[in-house]
Design a protein around this ligand. Structure first.
Ligand code: PNS
Length: 220
């Protein structure tokens, strides 16, 4: 047991060792502020991939709003990991495998974008990647409260982790995966708002013959 664990004055929850590193939140802060190898690793200073940002989300489906954030982040970071969440709580249109395939195809000529997926807590995934920056797009003030709570919770779970917010470009501030799905489901055009591949996959999804199980609730 590291010797600083004995003089903990933190609330009990902060003294629970992290499942992967074995360090408590308080210890991780001490390491983070220190100059040892673990501290540097945790600060993202030792990372074969250079400066990495994790861009987590459902991406169900990927829109030009997301792609705009990734492209702008590549000016700041060496690599961006697009981390697609396996989120059992949300009913998704595309399976995680379908979302990964689409994203890999869309970013096939951009090797600095790595498409990955994660299950469970985001902070646990981030810890394994050695990154310390989460990237999220903000469209309007209505996004803020949800994002603020999520960033605060993630920071509380992992004190060396920061969330960087980028404002969505003006061309896409009204674009969300949810509205894209709704428009596509009702036969509207989503061209120009999502890559052609996504537009095609949306059309395929909503053209399922009557009688087959629909992936989202669609009354015939
Ligand atoms: O694109 P979304 O749906 O807004 O992305 C939300 C996502 C997937 C980033 C968020 O729900 C998430 O991180 N889920 C993983 C579970 C987790 O870590 N929850 C605690 C954060 S409050």
């Amino acid at each position: 047991m590291p010797k600083f664990r004995e003089r903990s004055t933190q609330p009990e929850w902060q003294c629970i060792p992290h499942p992967f590193t074995g360090y408590t939140a308080e210890e991780r802060l001490i390491i983070y502020n220190g100059v040892n190898e673990m501290g540097k690793r945790m600060k993202g200073e030792i990372n074969e991939m250079g400066k990495v940002a994790i861009y987590p989300g459902s991406f169900d489906p990927l829109t030009y709003g997301h792609i705009d954030i990734v492209e702008r982040a590549l000016d700041i970071f060496d690599n961006v990991i697009l981390a697609i969440a396996h989120d059992a709580e949300k009913k998704s249109l595309f399976t995680v495998e379908e979302r990964i395939k689409m994203a890999e195809s869309i970013f096939k000529d951009t090797p600095r974008v790595i498409v990955d997926s994660f299950k469970g807590l985001l902070v646990n995934y981030v810890e394994k990647t050695n990154a310390r920056v989460l990237l999220r797009g903000l469209r309007a003030t209505s996004d803020f409260e949800y994002e603020f709570h999520m960033a605060s919770m993630n920071r509380s779970l992992s004190p060396y982790l920061d969330t960087l917010f980028m404002m969505t470009s003006k061309d896409y501030f009204f674009v969300s995966s949810r509205t894209i799905k709704e428009v596509a489901r009702l036969g509207g055009t989503v061209e120009g708002l999502v890559p052609d591949l996504v537009a095609r996959r949306l059309k395929e999804k909503f053209k399922l013959p009557v009688g087959k199980k629909r992936l989202i609730g669609w009354e015939d």
